[in-house]
Ligand binder design. Structure first.
Ligand SMILES: Cc1cc2nc3c(=O)[nH]c(=O)nc-3n(C[C@H](O)[C@H](O)[C@H](O)COP(=O)(O)OP(=O)(O)OC[C@H]3O[C@@H](n4cnc5c(N)ncnc54)[C@H](O)[C@@H]3O)c2cc1C
Length: 495
């Protein structure tokens, strides 16, 4: 596609949203914390990572305690109080979901921020409090010589949230995080605590995995871990359309690969034309592993470059050159699994009060990835949105969750857009998201649920064909509908 046609498409897309450039939201907060505010009526107002969901709540409780009998007793009291007052009850950790999946108006809102972790090195598992953050989990497993088997790419989130959205990351060749959870304790609407696993209360286990907290509050979990290792990367470039099949081939050809991800060129002139695949295998030398580091110098130094990509093809092109030509030379040495996964969200924070970062994610059958590239070419450059990054992962089939997004092996395409916080920015984002979802559904893929609620109802039901089963299971598990959030209200309350 020529620049001229792109410019025309972009202008047309922008024009669709230009009417009324009205600024949305209150004062955005930078960093990973979205601290409670108080509105004019004196009510506590919570928000999530989108900064677009200010939600007044009736009561906000933060719990730091270990998951003991006292904590369970305290939760029972809060749950009973909310039930008596006819309020919804919603549990959360970092509120990095972006469509108020962790929020409900006039609810009792629970923030879990805990540190309790007990690794069992003989069993290769750890027991962990629901609100433990991944940064702390990595620190504790690292000390014991272990590493999370699967987690998402940032370390700020809570582990029960990771289960409740069934997040995935770049450890391969696994399915999502839920596949590494052996069991959990769940508090039901009436305060009863049950143990759920693949053999005990399996129906509740499968509802809770990727079930957005809608069948109860997770208290703690029993999760698999693997030995931490020093890994060595290999870089390979290829045509963007070939990435899906090549990724799967690469994983099949070398069973030693433990972590892998891909990137696509996002410059408008060569949009998604070229892909980069990075695979990591264990180094020969596994002696003297260093303690897990935080963000590396390169990650921190790349923030200004990352941000200057907004409206600049030159900077996007320069970043692609660094990723494909310079990074392979600079990063050819070993790095541990834990250091790779120990990245906080703040590293790339935009520090711009007029814009917000919005994530999208699509799950595409590998053999149809070329058609996904074509769909993105048709939809993204003509929009008003600024795509700053796309990361590609492999997620194997999810055989457990009722609301499964990987109903076969999938390439997960995670996109980070910088969105203007205006009415026009929001309208354009909604239009573009719906178009991308439609095209992805048409090729047998689906979209991810923890982000903005821009899918149409029919798209939700097509993308999650067992939604009806989920809704009846939830109604049975929670007959008074205590556990509600915006995802439930928007798509499922009326099903
Ligand atoms: C910068 C960024 C990067 C991301 N990267 C990835 C990625 O690599 N892979 C990926 O898959 N996803 C990714 N995500 C999505 C992310 O995994 C989800 O948004 C996740 O929910 C964030 O965790 P949280 O602690 O903020 O969850 P919250 O937003 O606090 O909660 C998410 C959901 O979990 C439920 N929940 C939380 N705690 C409990 C509990 N104790 N019991 C029952 N339900 C509970 C909440 O009610 C809510 O529905 C990313 C998001 C962002 C913003």
């Amino acid at each position: 596609m020529s620049l001229t046609r792109r410019t025309v498409l972009f202008a047309a897309g922008a024009a669709a949203g230009v009417a009324g450039a009205k600024w949305l939201g209150g004062s955005p907060v930078t960093g990973t914390a979205y601290p409670p505010a108080v509105d004019a009526a004196g009510k506590t107002v919570l928000n999530d990572a989108s900064l677009l969901n200010p939600t007044p709540v009736a009561k906000h409780i933060t719990i730091n305690a270990d998951p003991t009998a006292e904590l369970i007793a305290q939760l029972r009291v809060e749950l009973a109080e909310a039930k008596a007052a006819g309020r919804p009850f919603v549990a959360s950790a970092a509120r990095h979901s972006m469509g108020a999946q962790s929020l409900a108006r006039d609810a009792t809102a629970l923030t879990l921020d805990q540190t309790w972790i007990e690794p069992d090195t003989a069993a290769g598992t750890y027991r962990v409090a629901a609100g433990a953050r991944w940064g702390e989990i990595i620190r504790r497993l690292d000390e014991a010589g272990f590493s999370p088997k699967v987690m998402q790419s940032n370390n700020d989130f809570g582990i029960a949230s990771t289960f409740a959205v069934n997040a995935h990351g770049w450890p391969v060749p696994h399915s999502a995080f839920g596949s590494t959870v052996r069991s959990l304790r769940l508090m039901r609407h009436d305060g009863e605590v049950i143990t759920c696993s693949r053999t005990q209360n399996a129906d509740q286990f499968n509802l809770a995995m990727g079930g957005y907290g809608l069948n109860g509050v997770i208290i703690d979990l029993d999760v698999e871990m693997v030995p931490n290792k020093r890994l060595i990367p290999t870089y390979e470039t290829m045509a963007g359309v070939d990435f899906g099949t090549r990724f799967v081939e690469a994983l099949k050809a070398d069973e030693r690969i433990e972590m892998a991800y891909g990137r696509l060129d996002i410059t408008l002139e060569s949009f998604f034309d070229e892909a980069l695949l990075i695979t990591y295998v264990p180094a020969d030398d596994q002696s003297d592993l260093p303690a897990a580091s935080g963000s590396g110098f390169i990650s921190k130094a790349s923030r200004p470059l990352f941000r200057h990509q907004v409206d600049s093809d030159t900077v996007k092109g320069f970043r692609w050159f660094l990723e494909t030509e310079i990074n392979p030379v600079l990063s050819s040495g070993g790095v541990t699994r834990n250091s790779l996964m120990n990245e906080p969200v703040i590293t790339l924070d935009d520090r711009d009060p007029t814009r917000t970062d919005i994530l999208h994610e699509y799950f595409v059958p590998p053999e149809r990835f070329g058609e996904f590239v074509a769909a993105c070419n048709d939809v993204i450059p003509s929009s008003y949105q600024q795509l700053l990054n796309i990361t590609l992962r492999f997620v194997d089939t999810d055989t457990d969750s009722v609301l499964a997004y990987a109903r076969g092996p999938r390439i997960a395409a995670v996109m980070l857009f910088s969105q203007e916080m205006t009415v026009r920015g929001e309208a354009d984002m909604a239009r573009m998201t719906s178009a991308l979802i439609e095209r992805t559904l048409d090729i047998g893929g689906t979209y991810y649920l923890p982000y903005r609620l821009h899918a149409e109802q029919a798209q939700f039901e097509r993308g999650y064909p067992r939604a009806g089963v989920f809704v009846s299971g939830k109604r049975e598990a929670d007959p008074d509908l205590m556990f509600r959030n915006a995802l439930w209200d928007r798509y499922m309350a009326h099903m």
